[in-house]
Design a binder for this molecule. Structure first.
Ligand SMILES: C[S@@+](CC[C@H](N)C(=O)[O-])C[C@H]1O[C@@H](n2cnc3c(N)ncnc32)[C@H](O)[C@@H]1O
Length: 376
């Protein structure tokens, strides 16, 4: 019995402090290698490409370029890509890696937040050259890349000691919000709300109080220690993951960026084109599911004074990675893939035998609203 008690105490302390034995210092900046997947292994790569329904020389936007894994797969299937990322490290690394495709005019890379996609595409050289303003499909692989998690200097990981930063677009605005500001300056209510709302952390108030009592906190390691010491060891990893996720979402304004993009993305895709979205937590997946859900059963696709069916879901349920993919890449384990096709609303309306009736039913106001939506 005594042996069991002593062993469990030792195990508990080892669990708490084991990271100190292996924690790399954040001054050691790992150099970017040219190996295609060392930066990030693309999740459900083939399913995403199938979902986009790629046609030769079709133009696709990869809103989350990262290490270029999905982009490379689209290029390999004959598509052209406009790749977007807000992270200067991703832009630099992937520009170097896929230089040949850029020189061939098959790939254009833009450093921006995808919430500005509508404006960014207006300035796209690739679209201007073919005199088009809509693309054939859009891919979003939300969240952060393995590189961002593994690179201690970015401050995303509780397993590595680094500055409390967490900005994806780290150099884009030196005054922008960082995790340091939230941890050291926000009051208890704001801090607890952040952990609860964006990390779904039930002990958010207790954790917020402990953080405030431990200020100042300068590094991810210090924050990890504070959360760990008031959390049962069995719950430690999950609690840390939830708290770090919440901070990251708030620092990067991820939910607002996603909402803005989902609200406007249909204006960038041609009728029949696809939207393919990979998400990793329920806050995101809920929104995507809602967007793609048919708004009405009416075959004519209109309901008075409500919304139109812009999207048709391609699969009824979200797709998830295979067991073997999760075995090879644990970061794929929470992925959900949803695919929808944009409806040719005005064409469907004209083809419908009830066209005249429908137009009358819709009224001038609704038609104007619809036309504005379709940017005709
Ligand atoms: C999961 S990774 C994508 C990995 C990529 N599919 C690959 O195969 O390497 C997400 C990437 O999207 C970027 N990102 C996340 N939110 C963004 C936003 N709002 N605007 C632009 N880029 C964003 C991140 O910087 C990160 O590089």
């Amino acid at each position: 019995m005594l042996f069991i008690i002593v062993f469990s105490m030792l195990f508990r302390h080892f669990y708490t402090y084991k990271h100190l034995l292996s924690r790399p210092r954040y001054e050691t900046y790992r150099s970017l290698t040219s190996d295609a997947y060392s930066y990030h292994i693309p999740v459900m790569r083939d399913e995403c490409c199938d979902g986009l329904n790629i046609v030769k020389d079709g133009i696709y936007v990869d809103c989350t370029l990262g290490g270029g894994g999905h982009t490379k797969a689209i290029l390999d299937r004959g598509g052209k890509v406009i790749g977007i990322d807000q992270d200067p490290d991703a832009i630099k690394r992937t520009t170097e890696l896929l230089q040949n495709y850029i020189l061939d005019g098959r790939l254009e890379i833009l450093q921006t937040n995808f919430r500005y996609i509508t404006d960014s595409l207006k300035g796209s050289k690739m679209l201007l050259e073919v005199n088009r303003n809509k693309v054939d499909g859009v891919l979003m692989d939300l969240g952060i890349s393995s590189y961002q998690i593994d690179e201690a200097t970015r401050g995303f990981s509780f397993g590595k000691d680094g500055p409390l930063d967490m900005r994806m677009g780290k150099n884009s605005n030196s005054n922008s919000l960082t995790a340091f500001t939230i941890i050291n300056q926000w009051d208890a209510t704001a801090l607890a709300n952040c952990l609860y709302e964006f990390g779904e952390e039930k002990r958010s108030r207790i954790i917020a109080r402990e953080i405030i009592a431990s200020r100042p906190l300068n590094t991810t390691g210090e924050l990890e220690q504070v959360i760990s010491r008031i959390t049962h060891w069995k719950e430690r990893s999950k609690t840390l993951a939830r708290c770090f996720q919440a901070l990251r979402i708030v620092v990067n304004d991820e939910i607002n960026a996603l909402d803005e993009t989902l609200n406007s993305i249909h204006t960038c895709i041609r009728p029949g084109g696809r939207l393919v979205v990979l998400s990793y937590h329920s806050l995101e997946d809920r929104r995507i599911k809602q967007l793609m859900k048919p708004k009405t059963d009416n075959p004519d696709m209109f309901i008075d004074n409500k919304d139109t069916n812009i999207w048709t879901p391609v699969t009824k349920k979200a797709l998830i990675p295979s067991e073997s993919e999760v075995e090879n890449n644990r970061r794929a384990r929470s992925a959900k893939l949803r695919i929808a096709e944009i409806n040719d609303i005005l064409n469907n309306l004209n083809k419908s035998p009830n066209t005249g009736d429908n137009k009358k039913k819709m009224g001038a106001k609704q038609l104007a609203k619809l036309q504005k939506k379709e940017e005709l």
